[in-house]
Write a protein that binds this ligand. Structure first.
Ligand code: UD1
Ligand code: MG
Length: 448
């Protein structure tokens, strides 16, 4: 078995140490600055509690600040190999033979830039309450630095065609600019999809936490472990080592240094994210003492888009968003105006029993034929519940189209804490399914 001094384990340990600092800093700072947030009018009432004392909102700003500052402090450590290597080369030969990895530095810096833009825009959204229709293009703009770096590297824009379709398209299809559009849409999807799966204590931050852990697990599969650990991956078929440029394609060997470097980069960004989310979750857990606001949704979403694009696993990443994709697709009739969309779609609470029930969207004017058809289809699929006029059959009300209301419809009323636990279980189940699809089934469809 080959034993390579690579990956730089001390750097990984340093990243781990930084993450512990991030955890402690978040745990301490969130309650410490809460009163200052309230004074600045950054507060909200908990919709599902009797107690209407304002709770500090957009405290995701604190998490985002800690996260980004630590990532900046980490830069010299991430490049410590290059720094010491260049110094050694100079003393031995009188001139530097080891090139500084400028490309990786631009990957790192452009990622920070995107995270910063996401923070600013998320915070603006918290302060000015931008309508969701206007929120869509914001992260697309924030992703431009990432796409530029991807372009500079001549990042792959080919997609490997599944075997059954090859007679039509051939083995590889170059999506070209479409691939860039796909990646920019990924950033807007990742940010907004957390924001519309929100409203109960712990929901936003737990999604980010579980996805970050899944990404870490996926990254660990690509590190050059001693051979014994890699055998199970080989058994899963060659598809496990062939995602290049975010697409399934052949040609990159498992131990390839570049592949390892990309996943190390992803780990450097994901480890502190897990720490910040875990620290935040402590204060956001039922009953919440702090709200994340749109800032946290934007920053965490952007962090996933960043690693997915920069480490070239955007399709695997999308697999970790199964609950968010479900919630988004289900929400579409409300997002695109077919069904009325109230300001808040969170479940309704019955204070007598402390149980949550699905909340309803009320039709003030009778629904159009198209809206009725869509709603009746969704109701037939068990995704929503309709109240119809007893005589005319016109739809009067429909359950708000969110995954949270759907859980309540299928599983019956439950309290807020149980509902967030159900959401977390679905996220974990989604990740398990993602790994099965990525490493188990891909081999059936792609021959590597
Ligand atoms: C999105 C959702 C909206 C949902 C809201 C809840 C869409 C299109 N929009 O709107 O349906 O009601 O998020 O965050 O799906 N809050 C709680 N408990 C929590 C977290 C938030 O009661 O655990 C409430 C607080 O009053 C808080 C408010 O939600 O002030 C924040 O809502 P905001 O982020 O402004 O809503 P949107 O993102 O616009
Ligand atoms: Mg929000």
């Amino acid at each position: 078995p080959f034993i390579d001094p690579f990956p730089p384990l001390p750097t990984l340990y340093t990243s781990f140490g930084f993450s512990l600092v991030a955890l402690l800093a978040t745990l301490y700072t969130i309650p410490a600055v809460g009163p200052a947030f309230i004074r600045a009018n950054l507060k909200g009432v908990d919709l599902l509690k009797r107690d209407k004392t304002p709770i500090p909102e957009s405290q995701g700003l604190v998490g985002a600040s800690i996260y980004i500052l630590l990532l900046i402090l980490f830069i010299p450590f991430a490049f410590s190999d290059a720094i010491s290597g260049a110094a050694a080369a100079k003393t031995v030969e009188g001139l530097s033979v080891i090139e500084f990895p400028h490309y990786q530095l631009s990957v790192y810096l452009s990622s920070l830039l995107s995270l910063l833009i996401a923070t600013v825009l998320g915070f603006l959204d918290d302060v000015f309450d931008i309508r969701w229709r206007h929120k869509i293009p914001i992260p697309i703009i924030a992703s431009i630095p990432l796409l530029m770096v991807y372009y500079a590297e001549r990042g792959n824009t080919h997609v490997v065609v599944p075997m059954p379709l090859r007679f039509m398209f051939g083995t590889l299809v170059n999506l070209g600019p479409l691939y860039y559009i796909y990646m920019s849409l990924l950033s807007t999807f990742a940010t907004n999809s957390f924001n519309i799966l929100a409203g109960i204590n712990g929901s936003e931050v737990s999604q980010a936490l579980i996805i970050a852990l899944s990404v870490i697990l996926n990254d660990l599969l690509y590190l050059p472990w001693p051979l014994d650990f890699r055998i199970p991956l080989y058994l899963l078929g060659s598809s496990a080592d062939v995602e290049v440029g975010g697409v399934w394609s052949a040609g990159m060997s498992y131990g390839s240094r570049q592949l390892v470097e990309r996943h190390l980069f992803s780990l450097y960004f994901m480890l502190p994210l897990v720490a910040v989310c875990a620290g935040f979750m402590y204060h956001n857990w039922y009953p919440a003492r702090a709200f994340p606001g749109d800032t946290l949704c934007y920053v965490t979403g952007m962090a996933f888009a960043v690693v997915g694009i920069q480490a070239h696993f955007s399709k695997t990443l999308l697999l970790f968003f199964i609950p968010q994709i479900f919630n988004f697709v289900l929400s579409c009739p409300q997002l695109f105006g077919l069904v009325p969309c109230p300001r808040h779609r969170v479940p309704r609470i019955d204070h007598e029993t402390n149980l949550l029930h699905p909340s309803k969207a009320l039709f003030l004017t009778p629904p159009t034929k198209l809206s009725s058809a869509v709603l009746r289809t969704l109701a037939a699929l068990g995704l929503t519940e309709l109240t119809v006029h007893p005589n005319t059959g016109t739809i009067l009300e429909a359950n708000n189209l969110t995954i949270l209301n759907w859980f309540l419809l299928r599983l019956g009323p439950m309290n807020e804490k149980r509902l967030v636990q159900v959401l977390m279980c679905s996220q974990v189940a989604g990740s398990v399914l993602a790994f099965v699809v990525r490493y188990g089934l891909a081999g059936l469809v792609y021959d590597g």
